[in-house]
Design a protein around this ligand. Structure first.
Ligand code: GLY
Length: 370
């Protein structure tokens, strides 16, 4: 069971608690800071190298998330991301550049490993904000991007396991052994038979993602000592989605929002719920009204909860996280639930500040799983 508990215990975690009116934020000389979702430890470290060398804040954020986009082991982003229901990887990404106040995005982009770079090109080389699908791919290829197969052996296996997990009311699946096959043991045993040669760990992982479609994503927000800020959010979206489904990541104001007079915000998790509260924009506007990043992200989560009449039973199926970085260097992240399951570790996010190593820090949370 779950019960409603607003987390106050970790009030001081996630950066200094500096109560500042939005109008005085611009007076502060900030430190270099990069924060990201929990899969962004390397991304934050890479971004910090660029910030410290005096590089542009968007260059830093994009270089950071490129690590995940190109990593076949990150199954939530770019190459190796879990595919749509047809077994095709479709990627969404957005970027915002604080100094120029510009934005770019791509959605349902196939065949390009680094959608964040394409989103940046949309921002820089077009009069548009977002390109989708076939048009986005043609645009990327016109700018020299190589079209590649983004499905890895591992993500293909997970997709096949998902296909074979779909049963009719009699428990039959066209994607499993036929009626003439000997009776099959359940779950992992059945998979062992369908996929001989695949190790137990990979099969267990494939079963887990087949039955609990994950929504991983990376969001990375950056601030430099000049007070410039940028952000990027990039994802392969909901595993097994209907082809053409677009989540929150490429939606400016939902998956990402930056106004460097105030701060930046981003999100990971179930995009459908974030879009309904325009989450990243809400978080930045909360900070503009004087909320600390921690209050700002928790308030956005409360709006999501309100959309379900605070029904914890229904909310228990939702995973959603917000990240906030303020213009003065204060930052925080919060999750709807303290952990993804009662057995899981508490939710964390990645952060890297001047002079310190990239590290995982505890997230605030709205509700606690019991
Ligand atoms: N937040 C990622 C998605 O919903 O696609």
């Amino acid at each position: 069971m779950s019960r409603l508990l607003i987390n106050r215990r970790k009030l001081l975690a996630g950066g200094p608690l500096i109560p500042l009116a939005a109008s005085s934020l611009a007076q502060v000389k900030p430190p270099n800071v990069a924060i990201a979702s929990s899969n962004g430890l390397r991304a934050c470290a890479r971004a910090m190298e660029i910030l410290k060398a005096g590089g542009d804040t968007l260059d830093a954020a994009i270089a950071g998330v490129n690590i995940n986009e190109e990593d076949p082991e990150d199954n939530s982003v770019g190459y190796g991301g879990l595919p749509n229901e047809d077994g095709i990887v479709e990627l969404d990404a957005s970027v915002m550049h604080g100094p120029t106040r510009r934005a770019g995005a791509v959605a349902a982009l196939r065949g390009i490993k680094t959608p964040s770079k394409v989103a940046r090109l949309v921002m820089e080389q077009t009069d548009h904000i977002m390109l989708v699908g076939e048009g986005a791919l043609r645009f990327a290829k016109a700018h020299g991007f190589k079209e590649e197969e983004l499905l890895t052996e591992k993500s293909r296996l997970a997709w096949l396991v998902w296909k074979s997990s779909l049963k009719d009311s009699r428990g039959r699946s066209n994607w499993g052994p036929g009626l003439d096959a000997p009776p099959a043991p359940q779950k992992i045993g059945e998979l062992r038979r369908i996929f001989p040669g695949v190790d137990e760990r990979t099969l267990a992982w494939a079963w887990e993602v087949a039955t609990h479609p994950p929504l991983g994503t990376i969001n990375c927000l950056t601030l430099n000592s000049k007070g410039e800020m940028s952000g990027v959010t990039t994802t392969s979206g909901l595993a097994w989605k209907i082809p053409g489904r677009v989540g929150d990541s490429p939606i400016i104001g939902a998956g990402l929002f930056v106004d460097q007079d105030v701060g930046a915000a981003g999100s990971t998790g179930r995009g459908e719920e974030n879009i309904r509260v325009a989450g990243a924009h809400t978080v930045v506007e909360n900070m503009r009204r004087g909320m600390h990043p921690r209050e700002a992200v928790l308030d956005a989560l409360k709006r999501v909860s309100r959309n379900f009449n605070d029904d914890l039973q229904r909310l228990s199926a939702i995973s959603l996280n917000f990240y906030a970085l303020r213009r003065d260097g204060a930052y925080a992240a919060a999750s709807l639930w303290d952990r993804s399951s009662p057995q899981a570790k508490p939710a964390q996010f990645a952060a890297c500040t001047d002079g310190a190593a990239s590290r995982l820090e505890p997230m605030a949370w709205l509700y606690q799983r019991r």
